[in-house]
Every structure is written in C-alpha cells, then in structure tokens.
Design a protein around this ligand. Sequence first.
Ligand SMILES: [Zn+2]
Length: 110
Amino acid sequence: MTTIKASCPTCGEVALTPGEVSLMVCSHAPLSYYSFACPTCRSEVRKPADDHIVSLLVSGGISPQVWALPGEALEPKEGPRLSYDDLLDFALQLGTTDLLACAAGASVRS
Ligand SMILES: [Zn+2]
C-alpha cells in the first residue's frame, strides 16, 4: 500500500494511507487543499494543494473531490467592512424580532 508522508504542525512528519487523506480540488485553484487527522495527536490538519501536490496525491491513490467556489465569493465588495459591533447588533436583533428579513429589507431601501 502507498504511504503518504505529510507534516503535522505539532508532531512533524507523519505517515498516512491514501484513505486517511482528503483531497479537495476547487474550481478556483488557489483554494484547493488536502486534509487529514494526524495519527499521533488527532488534530485536523489542512494544507493548500497546488497543481504539483494534487498530482502527487492523485498518483498516490487519493481520489480528489471537486468543489466549486460560489461566483459571488470572488466578486469585489463595496461599502464598509462589517464590524464587531455590527455583528453584535445583528445577533441581538435575532433574539428580539421574528421579522428579521422584513427589517433587513427596510434598512436596504431607506
Ligand atoms: Zn499531530
């Protein structure tokens, strides 16, 4: 059986079988990654996978799973960044209104 050597940030080099490694190939290549549960510390390790790493892992017997990045994730964003206070206000409002979608629409139109 093929042994795949990878590195855990805590334990260093570890040996894995193809079944212990997940390869996620994204339609937006820079977001492709592979992941595994470290056999020593059990931490979930996730690392970027460029074309070279994808080729190596596939040749090692790992079946890639393909996922598509939603188009809106790459759209340029305008307006102010969401602040911590905005998020806190939103969370507080979730607890006080049953008509949040209506309230959100009202603030966009005003
Ligand atoms: Zn580890």
